[in-house]
Design a protein around this ligand. Structure first.
Ligand code: PLP
Length: 384
């Protein structure tokens, strides 16, 4: 069932998906739960919620429940993977990684960047050369990019890694629930997940491990021995219950429906003169990155916001400011990178979203170009 359109029209699902009703119900049901480590019956009831949630999410990832470590989100899961699996190994990271990979890898002081092609897909020939030069590396790559939706070929990458005694960690924050893939089955050693990117609440995530390494994980946070000693701290049970409930209700019909709506947006945007970044590559079904040359992204985002449509510019800017996107820079987009907006459709995107978006998009482009034309100002000035 598709829920009624919300106002404003929310097209920023890659920042945070809309909370699914099943997740909301599971959160509320778990709010009064006791501590899952307590041995009395209330503690055992809480533990039941925790372990059922673990089973549900592990099943979705084709993993064993005992190989899943709950975290506060994908940022922590990526940091744990780099800390535990990357110790004493060279680190290879994709050029379009999220800061949740880039920052801990750079902090480790030995990150080597693997370039992407102009479409944003990992350059397999370059990866192979770097693997040969850095035997036994930890390779950290996202499965799908948060800004462009571009998908890396994880099975081919895993095969290359195996040939060079490298291990592969996959950041599946944007792809989990949106793609029916199996990175662990393809040979990845670990997978980072984020609840709020798939319709669960913020504050929960997981690192899912291949069986061979699951019990050899050096924790990042030590404490009360929770998560089999792999992540200390009392788990956020309501968030975890909501995470599991969200992943459980994602149906196979969701992605094709969103892709149809996304394709309508792409077709309409092309007709208005926009370029679609990464259009030659496989992409997430709900995501498109649109650029209109000489029209700053911030201008477009503000104009669309005034029209009641929520999209974002560049990567999710946690500080609230828009800087040039390193992702689009890595794709060699030069000045066009400053003119790209991300449109990411939520699971409950209304059917009339393409029409509403394109209408507002056309108005904002026309107004901005008209204003720029009249005043002869440099296009770097915000024109709303
Ligand atoms: N990885 C990717 C690809 C993301 O898009 C994000 C969030 O935008 C993260 C990691 C961080 O996830 P979380 O908010 O769960 O820490």
């Amino acid at each position: 069932m598709v829920l009624p359109a919300t106002d404003p029209l929310y097209l920023d699902a890659n920042a945070s998906e809309t909370l699914r009703p099943a997740a909301r119900a599971a959160i509320l049901a778990a709010l009064d739960a006791a501590n899952p480590a307590s041995i009395h019956r209330l503690g055992r009831a809480a533990r039941h919620i925790l372990e059922k949630s673990r089973e549900t999410i592990a099943l979705h990832c084709h993993a064993r429940p005992q190989d899943l470590v709950f975290t506060s989100g994908a940022t922590e899961a990526n940091a744990l993977a780099i800390h535990a699996l990357g110790a004493n190994r060279p680190l290879l990271i994709g050029a379009t990684e999220h800061d949740a990979i880039r920052a801990p890898a750079q902090a480790a002081g030995r990150a080597v960047t693997v370039p992407v092609t102009r479409s944003g897909v990992i350059d397999l020939a370059a990866l192979e050369r770097l693997l040969a030069a850095h035997q036994g590396a930890l390779v950290c790559l996202m499965e799908a990019n948060n800004e462009t939706g571009v998908i890396h070929p994880i099975p081919a990458i895993a095969t290359l890694c195996a040939a060079h005694q490298a291990i592969l960690h996959v950041d599946a924050a944007q792809s989990a629930g949106r793609l029916r893939t199996d990175p662990l089955g393809a040979g990845a050693a670990s997978l980072a997940l984020s609840s709020h990117k798939l319709g669960g609440p913020k504050g929960a995530g997981a690192l899912v491990l291949a069986p061979a390494i699951a019990d050899r994980l050096t924790p990042l946070i030590i404490g009360g021995g929770q998560e089999r000693g792999r992540r200390g701290g009392t788990p956020d049970l309501p968030a975890i219950a909501g995470f599991a409930a969200a992943i459980a209700v994602i149906g196979p019909e969701e992605a094709p429906r969103l892709q149809r709506l996304r394709d309508q947006i792409d077709d309409g945007a092309r007709a208005l003169g926009a370029e679609i970044i990464g259009q030659d590559a496989p992409r997430l079904p709900n995501t498109t990155c649109l650029a209109v040359r000489s029209l700053p992204a911030q201008t477009q985002v503000i104009a669309l916001d005034l029209a009641g449509i929520a999209v974002s510019a560049g990567s999710a800017c946690s500080s609230g400011k828009v800087a040039r996107s390193p992702v689009l820079d890595a794709m060699g987009l030069d000045a066009l990178a400053d003119c790209a907006i991300r449109v990411s459709l939520p699971w409950n995107c209304p059917d009339d979203a393409p029409m509403r978006f394109l209408d507002a998009y056309q108005n904002s482009i026309t107004r901005a170009l008209h204003k720029a034309d009249r005043s002869h100002i440099a296009s770097a000035e915000p024109v709303v």
